[in-house]
Design a binder for this molecule. Structure first.
Ligand SMILES: *Cc1c(COP(=O)(O)O)cnc(C)c1O
Length: 392
């Protein structure tokens, strides 16, 4: 009998909700107009984009004219960082970020270093937490941007964004946050957080892939990202992807409305999974913070295990998860996040990220843990290192 597959990689992407698809379909078919045209089809498209902008603004406590649509979360991050850097070149060349950012942020900062900007990559503690005090101490006269993620995509750690926001305000430095993982999981309010720019992407909250948005606080100077037509107030040219924009807005509206009801269930699954694994499988450790972590995220290191083997064997048992390492992206280097929290290379290599979402149940938690117990002991039987430790 074919058992139901269990998908626990919601931090990588989520399935699109039926209501989102239903909201999008008319904009592929009868409402196909170009939002920049003046006749009826165009006006219909323009109205849809405008309503979507309202909805996104409402979800994060922003004004409608502060929301700009992009083609992905990666694009929003690129635009925020490059846009602020280029617009403030005359003021200074220093950028502050953390060692555990998503590559969309890290690689953009590294590219800017080649263009003459100076970047400080702040370390994190053993839980992946950044210290606001470190941010404060790193700010100098030349600092033009602080970019720190709201929550980490690998280990789920939720950063002290409000505290950092107070510091950047006080110092008059622009503050960007990559909130891609946090959207739909926790309250996101740009005023409370004290951020000036915020990135999001539709496909992490049950919306379409290839849809993103950047919040830019009124008055913050940001260079246009794509030149061409007058779309997105002359800042991000290209005919609007109306259906995706509608889908992103529908998804964030649903996620925001249902958050309080749905997040506790995710936390329950996460905590049961973590408790059972740590209790029932020896030589394991939890990566990230025990409580200040995203609702659906669990990240565990299994000593004497290769994460990739673990993933393949889980896959054969019908379970889709992720290794904490970057191996899947074709690199053998362990995850920069796991190294930043102090894991040794070999321990980082034996890490697993399980991210729960809407389709999961408490039964799934038990099935995953039972599979893991079995797989881990089989893999360890093949490990000479484990044999040595066991027989000591
Ligand atoms: C997924 C992710 C991104 C990239 O978003 P895309 O829309 O896939 O380009 C950026 N930052 C974080 C933290 C992410 O998890």
């Amino acid at each position: 009998m074919e058992t139901k597959r269990i998908y626990v990689d919601h931090a990588a992407t989520t399935p699109m909700r039926r209501e989102v698809l239903d909201a999008m379909i008319p904009y592929f078919t009868e409402n196909f107009g170009n939002a920049s045209t003046v006749y009826q089809e165009g006006r219909t498209a323009k109205k849809a984009v405008s309503e979507a902008r309202d909805a996104v603004a409402k979800a994060i406590g922003a004004n409608t004219d502060e929301i700009f649509f992009t083609g992905s979360g990666t694009e929003a991050d690129n635009w925020a960082i490059r846009g602020v850097a280029y617009a403030n070149k005359a003021k200074g060349n220093h950028i502050i970020t953390s060692a555990v950012e998503h590559h969309a942020v890290l690689h953009t900062c590294q590219a800017l270093e080649k263009e003459g900007f100076r970047v400080t990559y702040l370390p994190v503690d053993e839980f992946g937490m950044i210290s606001p005090e470190d941010v404060k101490n790193a700010i100098c006269d030349e600092t033009i941007l602080v970019t720190i993620m709201t929550a980490n995509n690998e280990i789920g750690t939720i950063m002290p964004i409000e505290e950092i926001g107070k510091i950047t305000r006080e110092k008059g430095v622009v503050f960007h946050t990559d909130a891609v993982q946090a959207m739909g999981m926790m309250e996101i309010d740009v005023e409370k957080m004290g951020v000036d720019l915020l990135s999001m992407t539709g496909h992490k909250f049950y919306g379409p892939k290839g849809s993103g948005a950047l919040y830019i606080r009124k008055g913050v100077k940001v260079k246009p990202f794509i030149t061409g037509g007058a779309q997105e107030k002359n800042k991000r040219a290209g005919t609007e992807n109306v259906a995706s924009i509608v889908g992103l807005a529908k998804a964030i509206s649903l996620a925001t409305a249902e958050r309080c009801e749905k997040v506790p269930a995710l936390e329950k699954m996460r905590d049961k999974f973590i408790d059972r694994v740590l209790e029932e499988i020896p030589y394991t450790r939890l990566n990230g913070h025990r409580t200040k972590r995203l609702a659906g995220n669990a990240n565990i290191s299994f000593e004497f295990i290769e994460g990739e083997s673990l993933l393949l064997m889980l896959d054969m048992q019908g379970i889709s998860a992720s290794s904490g390492s970057a191996c899947t992206s074709g690199s053998l280097d362990p995850s920069h996040v796991l190294l930043a929290i102090g894991l040794k290379h070999e321990v980082a290599h034996g890490s697993l990220r399980v991210s729960f979402g809407e389709s999961n149940t408490m039964d799934d938690v038990d099935r995953i843990v039972d599979s893991l117990k079995n797989i881990v002991s089989r893999l360890r039987e093949m490990s000479p290192l484990y044999e040595a430790v066991k027989n000591k």
